[in-house]
Write a protein that binds this ligand. Structure first.
Ligand code: CUA
Length: 358
């Protein structure tokens, strides 16, 4: 439009600053990303993969990213060229003088632009469909099938057994055998969440009232970070989880231990804590083998076998555990776990009891 050809009336020296800063930030981010393309120690890195499913998705991730960057560079270049290229004659100042056409050159540019971008888009669509089809099912039958239920803001993990007594429920830490596909049936307890373990598997939405299925394989033993990736409320960012891949014998031993009920505490202090726990916490939390059977919060039967608390947001240490019991709202505001007032000796006894839940 001709009215834009002169300097904008509001343009001053200060207005140039934010775009320049933005440009600098953008370039720095790109350089950082380019310098670290294969940093597997970045827990949510999706530019590398560590399992069969992610291996199939990775080329598409890189391909589409590179195409997008090339498109932005090309368009910016053309735009800059169009701005800087001076046409002859003084700029026209009124709409009346704006020519309706500038000759036959323009249409050729549009045809080339639409044609080229259609080819690129079409190729990307085909590539995406083929990749989605490829990762629908693993090559071999999954070794185990788990059920993961997303809650505001934590993950319930159910391991079914051949017999009901061999099944168990845990939370926020998913153990899997290395090198074998694991199928995961995803259910939503309240709002829409999304299940994502970037190094092992792409995102799958978790929707209340429906069951979505995903699968993953870990090529090497290790701990992989997962994260809810659909905004689900104030603590969405603190809805993490861990996937712990273990060699099969180690995994089987873990599974056997998890299926067992909690051992009764030996020390009097912890026994006292168990009674307080059942009275204060048993309506929300389960500890198998005791009277505590609440289903609102995580099953705590083998709490001390977990590395983290509060959906992988804090390490599971005696100190953080003691604080979490009475100050959950300060550590994870708006979670369903309230701040609980209790006498100090009761607090100490419950902490001592929970620490026996190996
Ligand atoms: Cu759950 Cu975001």
């Amino acid at each position: 439009m001709t009215a834009r050809q002169g300097p904008l009336p509001t343009a001053g020296p200060m207005r140039a600053r934010p775009p320049r800063l933005l440009l600098l930030a953008g370039v720095s981010a790109c350089l950082l990303a380019a310098a670290n393309p294969a940093r597997a120690d970045i827990p949510l890195n999706y530019l590398v993969s560590a399992g069969a499913r992610a291996n199939h998705i990775l080329p598409l991730t890189w391909g589409v990213s590179i195409i997008s960057v090339l498109v932005v560079i090309t368009l910016s270049g053309l735009l800059l060229w169009a701005i800087l290229r001076r046409r002859g004659g003084p700029p026209t100042r009124t709409f009346d003088n704006t020519p309706a056409s500038r000759g036959g050159d323009g249409l050729r540019w549009i045809s080339w632009g639409v044609g080229l971008s259609s080819i690129v888009l079409f190729a990307t669509v085909i590539w995406t469909i083929r990749t989605v089809a490829r990762v629908m099912e693993p090559d071999e039958e999954p070794a185990i099938t788990l059920e993961v239920i997303a809650h505001q803001w934590w993950w319930e993990v159910r391991y079914p057994g051949a017999m009901p007594s061999q099944g168990f429920t845990t939370a926020n830490e998913i153990h899997i055998p290395v090198g074998q596909p694991v199928r995961i049936r995803l259910k939503g307890a309240d709002v829409i969440h999304s299940f994502w373990v970037p190094l092992l598997a792409g995102k799958t939405d978790v929707i209340p009232g429906t069951v979505n299925t995903t699968w993953m394989t870990a090529d090497a033993p290790g701990t992989y970070r997962g994260q809810c990736t659909e905004y689900c409320g104030v603590e969405h960012a603190n809805m993490g989880f861990l996937v712990i891949a273990q060699p099969r014998p180690e995994f089987d031993a873990w599974r056997r231990a998890q299926a067992s009920s909690a051992a009764p505490p030996a020390r009097p202090r912890a026994r006292e804590g168990e009674a307080h726990f059942k009275a204060r916490c048993g309506a929300c939390h389960s500890v198998r083998g005791t009277g505590a059977g609440g289903r609102v919060g995580p099953d705590l039967t083998h709490l001390m076998s977990r590395q983290t608390l509060a959906a992988a947001t804090i390490p599971n240490t005696p100190d953080t555990l003691a604080r979490w019991i009475i100050h959950a709202q300060d550590m994870k505001p708006r979670s369903l776990m309230p701040n609980i007032r209790m006498p100090e000796d009761e607090h100490a006894a419950i902490t001592a009891y929970l620490q026996t839940l190996e």
